[in-house]
Write a protein of this length. Structure first.
Length: 468
């Protein structure tokens, strides 16, 4: 049997290191050609099955090959015998050769640990398959000695087992002989006292028969009691099952009754405008009990056509545009939002206030939005682009409300500062802007804007009017 990589050793001893072929990361894969009829394997050639090669053989490390490489091959054969597979396995020869080069024996060692062979034989096989050469037995003779020692130990164990079996058999024979002798002695004794012994034996037999009959009666009586107990147990189990079934029916009736009461309470809560409590009651009912009445009350709580979601704070205000196609909302998240009134899709987010947006509404033509805020300002926005058009400053308290005049030229605001103010809604240069309104102690004074702001010029502003 060949074990893998071979090298030519001169008669004078090992080949000098300088004459060995240069090693590379890849093993040589071709057998050297024969020259002049020489059948000697050339140095650096791979022969044999890669699945049984030592790593140094697969790597082409000629200077490392010695008797311990053969020991690895013996370990590979022993691994195959014990586990049914060689140390290296793979889908093709290249993968097997690569595992041999890398010395990947972990799978084989795991198979050895899982097999049910003699632990000492498994340990010997693991030593033979060691990646490090120094960890292997020095030569095949040492392996043979180990195997012989294992065989001798096994034979010794078998011999001891056989001796134990023979001793046990002899002991059984001796006991049988002793029993026969004892029986014979008893027979002789019985013959010697045949009269009295026979009478005594018959008496004992009769007593034994009577005792056996009594025991049989007791056993029959106990068996009858046990059968009666099983029958009673079956009856009681049936009663318990019936009681559980009755309890389940009563519980079901009670839960259905409670469901009906819950639906009555939920409907009353809805009539009292406690929609949150109504929804909580509806969600607390068993799904399998819900019928038309549940769906009816649920529908009463969800009569809205659209739900506009997007604000992160309390929604303070909401209003339609004049044509009903859009909705504007103001929220405590300091923004106003414009929505599509048909789909509920968010169209614009108006950002600029630094306080809650308390009020938001469209102009009559739907081109602008006015908002009022806790930051003491009102703002006018372009309803198409979301751009801020005007900031109306002047209130000294929270602005609670703001809305356009019907013609869209003015804005009126109401504030916590006990005033309402009317503002010019036309964006103009601040250098020429006059205050649109002023108030003192709850009195509102309104002025017209100066004629410089409009084309064509308007008539001279009338005297201020005072509203109380």
């Amino acid at each position: 049997m060949d074990w893998g990589l071979a090298k030519l050793l001169p008669s004078g001893g090992p080949m000098p290191a300088a004459s060995e072929p240069e090693l590379t990361d890849q093993p040589a894969t071709e057998i050297s050609s024969q020259r002049d009829g020489d059948l000697v394997t050339q140095a650096g050639s791979i022969l044999g099955t890669p699945a049984f090669m030592a790593p140094e053989q697969a790597q082409g490390a000629v200077h490392e090959i010695d008797e311990r490489s053969d020991v690895f091959g013996l370990g590979a054969v022993l691994c195959t015998i014990l586990t049914g597979q060689p140390p290296y396995t793979g889908p093709n020869s290249d993968s097997v050769r690569l595992k041999a080069i890398r010395g990947e024996t972990s799978v084989a060692l795991a198979r050895l640990d899982a097999c049910e062979a003699d632990p000492e034989l498994v340990a010997l096989c693991r030593r033979c398959l060691a990646i490090e050469r120094d960890a292997r037995p020095r030569h095949a003779g040492e392996v043979a000695q180990s195997v012989a020692a294992l065989l001798a130990a096994a034979e010794e164990r078998a011999r001891h087992a056989e001796l134990d079996r023979v001793r046990a058999e002899e002991q059984r024979k001796r006991r049988r002989v002793q029993r026969v002798l004892a029986g014979a002695a008893l027979l002789v004794l019985a013959l010697a006292v045949v009269g009295g012994g026979l009478v005594f034996y018959l008496h004992e037999a009769r007593v034994s028969n009577e005792r056996l009959a009594e025991e049989q009666k007791d056993a029959d009586r106990l068996r009858g009691i046990a059968d009666a107990g099983r029958v009673e147990e079956t009856r009681l189990r049936g009663i318990a099952d019936s009681a559980r079934a009755e309890a389940e029916r009563e519980r079901e009736k009670f839960e259905r009754f409670e469901y009906g009461r819950t639906m009555q309470v939920a409907h009353q809560e809805w009539r009292d405008n406690n929609v949150g409590a109504t929804v909580a009651l509806l969600e607390g009912t068993r799904p399998d009990l819900r019928g038309w009445e549940w769906r009816y009350v649920y529908k009463l709580c969800h009569l809205d056509l659209l739900t506009l979601k997007g604000h992160t704070g309390v929604v303070q205000s909401a209003s339609f545009s004049a044509d009903g196609t859009r909705i504007v909302t103001g929220s405590a998240d300091q923004t106003a939002k414009v929505w599509n009134a048909r789909t509920g899709r968010e169209v614009l987010t108006l950002k600029g206030h630094t306080g809650f947006v308390k009020s938001a509404s469209f102009s009559a033509d739907g081109t602008r939005v006015v908002t009022a805020s806790y930051d003491q300002t009102a703002k006018v926005w372009d309803a198409r682009t979301g751009a801020e058009v005007l900031t109306l400053k002047g209130h000294t308290g929270v602005v609670m409300s703001a809305s356009f005049s019907p013609d869209g030229t003015r804005v009126v605001t109401a504030s916590y500062d006990q005033t309402a103010r009317v503002w010019d809604a036309t964006p103009v240069s601040r250098e020429f802007r006059w205050p649109a309104a002023a108030a003192v102690a709850g009195t509102i004074v309104e002025w017209e804007s100066p004629p410089i702001r409009r084309e064509p010029p308007r008539e001279t502003a009338p005297p201020p009017r005072t509203a109380k």
